[in-house]
Design a protein around this ligand. Structure first.
Ligand SMILES: [Fe+2]
Ligand SMILES: [Fe+2]
Length: 338
């Protein structure tokens, strides 16, 4: 046997060729350890953000101004739980279980998006979050639908479809307030003033200070740089703010004919790093609430695990034929069939 044949089939070569051909890497494919670790870290942070992100908005469910608004908000918060589920499942395909990831979240060893450490002070914040925070999330996540890791890419397709509804409901909510009474308009403007800059920070540090970007781009996990996506988001938001009748709180924001983009003011990265370090307005409250929810949900997990164990054990003792017979026994309890 020549040495060239096994070389050509070396797992690294197969992996590199798949990336070069824009094919998806699937759970059973060989992948570099660092690729796996990067994905677990990114998917976990993303999953954590989905479920922590339920809190600021859930804060307003009982105070929504109408039945229609309450139904919409409940559905949205529920969607976010679903996004968490898709993403924890995607991480599981890489060999890291949900329990381990939740443990890391609860003990502060893994992060979630800093945006959720800001408080929701008024009803208009629900609109600003939908328009700006879900809007920024979509801008970040649409390219992830083409991410090189199959299960993550497929989860993102579903998530992005739902996120675009979230963005529209936020826009529609703000539009109603903006066109309402003077006080309602002021409330909408105040919410946009508070959420604009934190939304821009959602794209992460500037490209020259971003630790993981270059390798993630080479692995085709990331398709665009932080600054590219941030610029895209600003360009999308400016005309939307105009049609909302609201202003964006940045005196340096203006169209740059030469660049074909909007210029915008400097971001306060000190604030970003403070919130990241755990000193945001709501860091402690969010994690405390999350831990409590997890503890209070223990009985549900135990019941589900006991139910699954009982059924797995049961089916495991039967061959295919026996299972068919059992399913034909309409209404007969499984214990009796066994
Ligand atoms: Fe989401
Ligand atoms: Fe969302």
């Amino acid at each position: 046997m020549t040495t060239t044949v096994p070389d050509a089939q070396a797992p690294e070569a197969v992996f590199d060729a798949a990336l070069a051909a824009d094919e998806r890497i699937e759970p059973r494919d060989w992948m570099p350890d660092a690729y796996r670790a990067t994905l677990v870290r990114q998917i976990a942070q993303h999953a954590h953000s989905e479920i922590i992100g339920m809190q600021p908005e859930a804060n307003w469910i009982t105070r929504a101004p109408s039945l229609r608004r309450k139904a919409i908000l409940m559905a949205k918060v529920q969607d976010e739980a679903g996004h968490g589920l898709y993403l924890y499942s995607a991480a599981e395909t890489l060999g890291t279980g949900r329990e381990e990831l939740l443990d890391k979240l609860h003990s502060g060893r893994q992060r979630y998006s800093s945006i959720f450490n800001y408080p929701t002070l008024t009803w208009a914040d629900v609109g600003a979050i939908g328009w700006l925070v879900d809007g920024a999330a979509i801008t970040n996540q649409v390219p992830l639908c083409r991410c090189s890791y199959g299960p993550y890419a497929r989860a993102m397709i579903r998530i992005c479809k739902e996120e675009s509804f979230h963005q529209r409901q936020g826009y529609e909510l703000l539009l109603a307030l903006s066109r309402g009474t003077e006080a309602q308009h002021a409330m909408a403007q105040d919410a946009v003033n508070r959420w604009w800059w934190p939304s821009l920070m959602m794209f992460g540090p500037p490209d020259d200070a971003s630790a993981h970007s270059a390798q993630s781009m080479a692995w085709k996990i990331k398709r665009h740089s932080n600054d590219e996506l941030r610029q895209r988001f600003v360009d999308i938001c400016v005309p939307q703010a105009e049609s909302l009748g609201l202003t964006l709180p940045d005196p340096d924001l203006r169209w740059n004919e030469q660049r074909g983009h909007h210029d915008f003011g400097a971001i306060d990265w000190d604030e970003f790093h403070e919130v990241l370090r755990g000193n945001g307005p709501c860091n402690e409250q969010r994690i405390e609430r999350r831990r409590r929810a997890h503890e209070e949900g223990a009985w549900v997990r135990e019941a589900a695990a006991a139910y699954a164990a009982k059924h797995d054990g049961h089916h495991g003792t039967h061959d295919k034929h026996a299972e068919h017979t059992e399913h034909d026994n309409h209404g007969k309890p499984e214990e009796a069939a066994a």
